[in-house]
Design a protein around this ligand. Structure first.
Ligand code: NMX
Ligand code: MLT
Length: 437
């Protein structure tokens, strides 16, 4: 058993009595109530999911295992020659809640090197798809294609399946998916945009650095990849991709089925696809400017044109957050400290939208949160480094999100969470309860 798996076993065993006690002794304690607005309005704010991987405070933003984004970056061991941690150290932290030692990080890196070999048939399947398929379709297909590798599914079918040990097989699948997904993403990038010029894995590089290497990027991009995958990893459990993954896995569908479903949710424009939409919006705006300088006035007009056409301003608003997303801030700070990037015209335009959009959205009066979310800033960084194919941006999100979703379902099995099955009601019932007050 690997060091990480052993640590996780210790953590899961220590945690199990807490869940048993809560269920047996306090199962009937009420922690929320549901109104008709929430029932019709996407179950907003209803407290009915449990996770210890991350928590989203509406004012403060995300905390991973109790740490804010700056605290997380500060605490974790850094990649060699970098001020950013490796994704591998973050994976250890998300799974166990403990900051790993450099040796523990090395062990995860070594484990990922073994796990990251993608079966050749995955590439055959991807090459058989129409080349103009959306890269999120390709990513989802790649994950589904690998389902036959599932160790959890093998354990289920072995006749020896039991609830206590099931998490160990989820851990195996989860680790394989996390190790392989950047390699698959790089293959898709090279297949679609670089004439199928494929680059072999560099066994000496950590996950983020190897992704940069495989897509033909510069050394500077290694930190972009590390930062990007960590920032996009988890956003508590109610968001569409995490919730879908949890829901599908709750039926004991294996992690491959579950994460492919999560990715399909991430591909929606109100969720992860918004980062592609942001770049599309900006490019349309620049086209309309026809060479003129962007100003506060013409940005304001473009925002109103979007709103008056009944569309949402991509990259703004959030179902839970009520302040600027700290993931936006972390990326903005990266831009501000990177020579060249802070002077980049696209960065300046995004900064001007940041100055303008909250006021316009507030005046428009619909959204509960006029502030930017993670997607408003992420595309600019990719664009600057030459990843200009913006339909690929959600794939990058999907690589990062695998960390959170896979850590979550490993714990779901460790703690034996039930199949998810909320209750639905009819409109007649709602009207009856409405009449009764
Ligand atoms: N532009 C225009 N209208 C908006 C926006 C926006 N950015 N955000 C919310 N609204 C509207 C929303 O469509 C709704 O209108 P209606 O009553 O006509 O249905 C109204 O404001 C109230 O919505 P909220 O309660 O503020 O937001 P909700 O929780 O329903 O939705 C989002 C959250 C994120 C789906 C929404 O803010 C949105 O569509 N934003 C733009 C897309 C986006 O950036 N998504 C990425 C989210 C982060 N991620 O990566 O997943
Ligand atoms: C996410 O990262 O999943 C998004 O911000 C959406 C959400 O939290 O609902």
């Amino acid at each position: 058993m690997s060091q990480l798996k052993e640590k996780l076993q210790e953590k899961i065993q220590a945690h199990r009595p807490r869940i048993t006690r809560l269920t047996k002794e306090f199962g009937s304690v009420v922690i929320d109530k549901v109104d008709i607005g929430q029932c019709i309005g996407g179950a907003r704010d209803i407290r009915c999911l449990v996770t210890d991987i991350s928590y989203l405070d509406p004012q403060e933003g995300i905390r991973f295992r109790g740490k804010t984004i700056p605290e997380t970056f500060e605490a974790l061991p850094k990649a060699a020659g970098s001020e950013y941690p490796t994704v591998e150290s973050f994976w250890y932290f998300l799974l166990t809640g403990e900051v790993p030692t450099p040796d523990q990080v090395k062990a995860v890196e070594a484990e990922f090197k073994v796990r990251q070999q993608v079966p050749e048939y995955v590439y055959t399947a991807l090459r058989a798809l129409p080349r103009d398929s959306h890269p999120m379709v390709m990513l989802s297909v790649a994950i589904m294609t690998m389902q036959k590798e599932s160790k959890f599914c093998g354990f289920y079918n072995s006749g020896k399946f039991n609830k206590m040990d099931a998490w160990e097989y989820v851990y195996e699948d989860a680790s394989d998916i996390v190790a392989r997904i950047p390699v698959v993403a790089a293959f898709i990038y090279n297949l679609k945009y670089r004439g199928d010029k494929q680059v072999a894995i560099d066994q000496n590089l950590d996950m983020g650095a190897n992704f940069a290497h495989m897509i033909g990027q510069s050394d500077q991009y290694k930190d972009v990849a590390r930062m990007y995958f960590i920032l996009h990893s988890d956003h508590e459990s109610g968001n569409v991709s995490a919730h879908t993954t949890h829901l599908v896995h709750s039926a004991l569908s294996d992690p491959y089925y579950a994460y492919a479903a999560g990715l399909n949710g991430l591909a929606g424009p109100l969720h992860g696809l918004a980062n592609q939409e942001v770049l599309g919006w900006i490019m349309d705006f620049q086209k309309k400017l026809n060479g003129a300088e962007p100003t506060k006035e013409n940005v304001t007009k473009a925002l109103w044109d979007t709103l008056n056409a009944g569309q949402v301003v991509p990259g703004y608003g959030h179902a839970v957050l009520r302040k600027t997303d700290p993931r936006y801030t972390a990326q903005r700070e990266f831009c501000l400290k990177t020579p060249g990037l802070k002077e980049d015209p696209l960065f300046k335009l995004v900064a001007m939208i940041f100055e303008t959009a909250p006021g316009v959205l507030t005046e428009h009066g619909k959204t509960k949160n006029p502030w930017p979310n993670v997607d408003a800033q992420s595309g600019v960084i990719q664009w600057y480094y030459g990843v200009k194919e913006w339909d690929f941006y959600t794939v990058l999100f999907g690589v990062g999100r695998a960390l959170g979703c896979m850590a979550n379902i490993t714990w779901d099995r460790g703690l034996g969470y039930a199949i998810e099955r909320p209750k639905s009601v009819t409109t007649d019932m709602l009207e009856k309860w409405a009449a009764e007050g």
